[in-house]
Design a protein around this ligand. Structure first.
Ligand code: GTP
Ligand code: MG
Length: 197
């Protein structure tokens, strides 16, 4: 798929204030700093479209981007940032939970996972939570440029082993590097396919 146009629409904390749910929507989530905003910029080929930062916790709201006037990309705030207060973490949990349970045009969630790390409880818990909600999702292993493909493969294999303990069917898996533009075609083709369904 070719991205002809990508524009920022709005930031919200409330699903009711999000753009009308008339087009399919793809949401990016994962631990703080995993590379959600960078991946949106890589896919749309617009460096500053989603705000990125080396400091975790940059994205705080539900951010909608309109692509080719026909579908939405959504940048969500990450989880797992240690410096966040208990209250703020609870607010995040409520906002995200409400979003996943009520956003009727949600076509698929991209759960981003840092390809450098062995399976983390926070990520596994989040995947299991989505699976139990019945929300369609895929796994996206990020920052593949940071280590050898052997290491990335071993991280993925470890996640698969863990997930098989709970689930019969495994989600679709992508490997990306926003730095090296790895995985762009694969993700865009996937979106095109889901849009066409
Ligand atoms: P929050 O909004 O804070 O939850 O973070 P985020 O998940 O949106 O991460 P963001 O895209 O802001 O990236 C975090 C840091 O990781 C930045 O310093 C990015 O430059 C870096 N980064 C993101 N993706 C990649 C990648 O594919 N390769 C490398 N080497 N660095 C990356
Ligand atoms: Mg971000």
């Amino acid at each position: 798929m070719v991205i002809k146009e990508a524009k920022f629409l709005m930031s919200n904390t409330k699903v009711e204030q999000c753009p009308a749910p008339t087009m399919p929507e793809y949401a990016f989530i994962g631990r703080s700093n995993v590379g959600k905003s960078s991946l949106i910029n890589m896919l749309t080929e617009q460096k500053g479209l989603a705000k990125t930062s080396a400091q975790p916790g940059k994205t705080q709201l539900i951010n909608h981007f309109l692509i080719n006037d026909s579908w939405y990309l959504v940048d969500l705030p990450g989880y797992g940032y240690a410096k966040v207060s208990k209250g703020a973490r609870e607010d995040w949990r409520k906002m995200i939970n409400y979003y996943f349970q009520n956003r009727e045009n949600l076509a698929c969630v991209f759960v981003l996972i840092d390809s450098r790390h062995e399976p983390l409880k926070q990520d596994l818990d989040f995947i299991n939570y989505l699976g139990n909600l019945g929300v369609p999702f895929v796994l996206v292993f990020t920052k593949a440029d940071k280590q050898s493909s052997v290491k990335t493969d071993s991280t993925i294999a470890a996640y698969k082993r863990k997930l098989r303990e709970t689930w019969d069917e495994l989600p679709h898996i992508f490997v990306t590097s926003s730095e090296k533009r790895v995985g762009r075609e694969e993700l865009l083709n996937f979106i095109e396919e889901v849009n066409g369904q």
